[in-house]
Design a protein around this ligand. Structure first.
Ligand SMILES: CC(C)(COP(=O)(O)OP(=O)(O)OC[C@H]1O[C@@H](n2cnc3c(N)ncnc32)[C@H](O)[C@@H]1OP(=O)(O)O)[C@@H](O)C(=O)NCCC(=O)NCCS
Length: 190
C-alpha cells in the first residue's frame, strides 16, 4: 500500500533562532515555488550539482511527477522543509537503480536549504527525519549513500553527526568555481 499522501505533514520543529519549520510531503501545487527555489540555488552556485544554469519549469515538473511515481512505488522519499508558505529546503532519498538488482538495497541521499536558513540546526533535524522516514517507507533499504564536495565542511560535519562514514574519494572529480575538488563518498548503515 502507498504511504504517500501529497502535502501531508511529517514533523515540525523550532530552529535555533526560533523559526517554526514544518516538514511535509510535496504536492503538485509546490511546482512553481520548488522551481523558483531550485533556480535560486543554481544562481548561488553552491556545493550542489547546479552551477548557475537556469532550469525550465518543464524539467522541474518532470522531476516532481517522477518523484510522485517513485514514492507510490516505495522507491523514494521526498520531504520539503516549509516556513509558512515558503519552500526553504528539499531532502530526497531515492533507491539506487544504477546497479540494477544488485544495488536496490542502497538509496542515494540529497539535501539543500535556502541560504538564509542554514546553520540553525534545521539541516540536522531535516536530514534525521528524512532518514527515519526512508527507513520506514522504503522496503529493504540497508544503506544510504551520498557524495559531497571535499570543501563542504558544514555538510561533512552534518553527515558525521548523522553517523555517515567516508568510504571513498574521487580525486578532482568536481569543478567548483574554477577549481577542481575531490568528491567524497559517504555511507550510512541503517
Ligand atoms: C548542508 C546543509 C544541508 C546543512 O544544513 P544546516 O542547517 O546548515 O546545518 P546544521 O545547522 O544542522 O548544522 C549541522 C552541523 O554542521 C556544522 N555547522 C553548521 N553551520 C556551521 C557553520 N556556519 N560553521 C561551521 N560549522 C557549521 C556544525 O557541526 C553543525 O552541528 P552543531 O550545530 O551540532 O555544531 C546546508 O548548509 C545547505 O543546504 N548547504 C548548501 C547545499 C549543500 O551543501 N547541500 C549538501 C550537499 S552534499
Amino acid at each position: 500500500m502507498s504511504f504517500f499522501v501529497p502535502g501531508k505533514n511529517v514533523s515540525q520543529f523550532s530552529s535555533k533562532n526560533g523559526l517554526d519549520i514544518v516538514l511535509r510531503y510535496p504536492k503538485w501545487e509546490d511546482l512553481q515555488p520548488l522551481w523558483l527555489y531550485m533556480n535560486t540555488l543554481s544562481r548561488e552556485d553552491t556545493f550542489l550539482a547546479l552551477s548557475g544554469e537556469s532550469l525550465d519549469i518543464q524539467s522541474q515538473a518532470e522531476w516532481l511527477a517522477g518523484r510522485f511515481v517513485q514514492m507510490e512505488m516505495r522507491n523514494s522519499v521526498v520531504l520539503l522543509a516549509m516556513q509558512g508558505e515558503d519552500v526553504i529546503g528539499v531532502c530526497n532519498i531515492d533507491r539506487n537503480f544504477n546497479n540494477r538488482s544488485r544495488g536496490l538495497h542502497v538509496a542515494n541521499f540529497g539535501i539543500s536549504l535556502a541560504s538564509a536558513y542554514r546553520s540553525q540546526g534545521i539541516g540536522h533535524f531535516f536530514a534525521r527525519q528524512s532518514i527515519l522516514e526512508a527507513k520506514q517507507k522504503l522496503n529493504d533499504i540497508t544503506r544510504i549513500q551520498l557524495t559531497l564536495f571535499s570543501q563542504n565542511q558544514i555538510a561533512y560535519k552534518l553527515y558525521q553527526k548523522l553517523g555517515f562514514k567516508i568510504c571513498g574519494q574521487n580525486p578532482e572529480a568536481l569543478l567548483y568555481r574554477g577549481n577542481f575538488q575531490d568528491e567524497i563518498l559517504m555511507s550510512l548503515k541503517i
